[in-house]
Design a binder for this molecule. Structure first.
Ligand code: NDP
Length: 297
């Protein structure tokens, strides 16, 4: 029987486990604060930000939301980040990507104070993670590690294939999998759009992590019997639904489920974990900035 990995349930466990840490901070007079910044009129980004704010409210993190006019000069965003960096009530800052064209994305990533960079995208934090001394692991790959852990998937010695090499998912995911550390020690291959024979790689894998942004790219015929399949993709495809579309992953779920040992659904797999790990990083940031020790595993 294929086990469907329930990301909503694992994310709830993570949120519950943060309760003790948030209480400890509260006893010391600290309420963790997360600022979300939106400078985009992309409806998906608006939805993501409002879900993140709702998550904050649910666990007792103070959510602060800043929305900038999409026609404003880029400097307004840079100034906003400077203000949030200086605000002691803000422990974590998340600038929702992508931002409008007039903004220099690299400058944004460099501008967020590394100790408040709960996305883990500042070059200093990327460097620390690669060196095996992460301050904040990026939320999606960190969430996938937690999913694998909660599902009892052994990464040590496993053949892992990551499909995709983006800075936010593929690269950090591969990096975490090769770390000489718990939830690492996998022999890891990274595939991308120039990979000649994707199936030859995925068929050899004990763990496949699909993060290509291509609907149903990986199907059952491309998998090894019993493999663990983590589907990161969130793709809107036209469908005869009320909204006119449906969400599908990068994995063709029905055929993959026939072959996989464990598999994540879309939605309800990786997505909720990304959001849970943002809360986790915010609590860690609050603890480190205030010197109030908390238990986070
Ligand atoms: P990007 O578009 O930044 O990167 C996609 C990667 O996939 C690139 O490295 C690209 O290769 C590779 N790729 C594209 N086509 C193929 C192909 N045919 N075969 C093999 N590799 C291919 O996407 P992201 O990493 O930002 O996101 C990936 C997916 O995950 C998206 O659907 C996104 O919506 C979703 N996502 C979901 C999250 C969640 O929480 N559930 C969080 C973040 C993303 P190349 O480098 O050569 O172009």
């Amino acid at each position: 029987m294929t086990e469907v990995i329930d990301g909503n349930a694992v994310a709830q466990t993570i949120r519950d486990s943060l309760g003790g840490a948030i209480d400890t901070l509260d006893d010391a007079g600290v309420t963790p604060g997360l600022a979300t910044v939106l400078m985009s009129d992309d409806p998906a980004s608006e939805t993501y930000v409002s879900m993140k704010q709702r998550d904050c409210e649910e666990v007792g993190i103070n959510g602060i939301h800043v929305e900038l006019d999409t026609h404003a000069p880029a400097q307004e965003l840079y100034d906003t980040i400077d203000d949030l960096n200086a605000d002691p009530d803000v422990n974590g800052i998340l600038v929702q990507m992508p931002v409008v064209d007039q903004v220099d994305t690299r400058r944004v990533l460099r501008s967020v104070a590394p100790e408040k960079d709960v996305d883990g995208f500042h070059p200093e934090n990327v460097g620390r993670m690669v060196a095996g001394n992460a301050r904040f692991k990026p939320c999606t790959p960190h969430g996938i590690q937690k999913l694998l852990e909660h599902s009892g998937v052994e990464t040590e010695g496993a053949e892992a294939v990551v499909v995709g090499r983006s800075d936010i998912v593929g690269k950090p995911m591969a990096n975490l999998l090769i770390q000489k550390a718990p939830l690492g020690n996998a022999t890891t291959t990274v595939c991308h759009s120039r990979t000649k024979d994707l199936a030859a790689h995925t068929r050899n894998a004990d763990i496949v992590i699909a993060a290509a942004g291509v609907p149903e790219l990986v199907d059952g015929s491309m998998l090894k019997e019993g493999a663990t399949v983590i589907d990161v993709g969130v793709n809107r495809v036209d469908a005869d639904t009320e909204k006119g579309y449906e969400l599908v992953g990068d994995v063709e779920y029905e055929s993959a489920k026939e072959v996989a040992g464990k598999i994540t659904p879309v939605p309800g797999g990786v997505g909720p974990m990304t959001r849970a790990m943002l809360l986790w990083n915010t609590v860690k940031a609050a603890s480190e900035q205030t010197g109030v020790a908390v238990d986070l595993d």
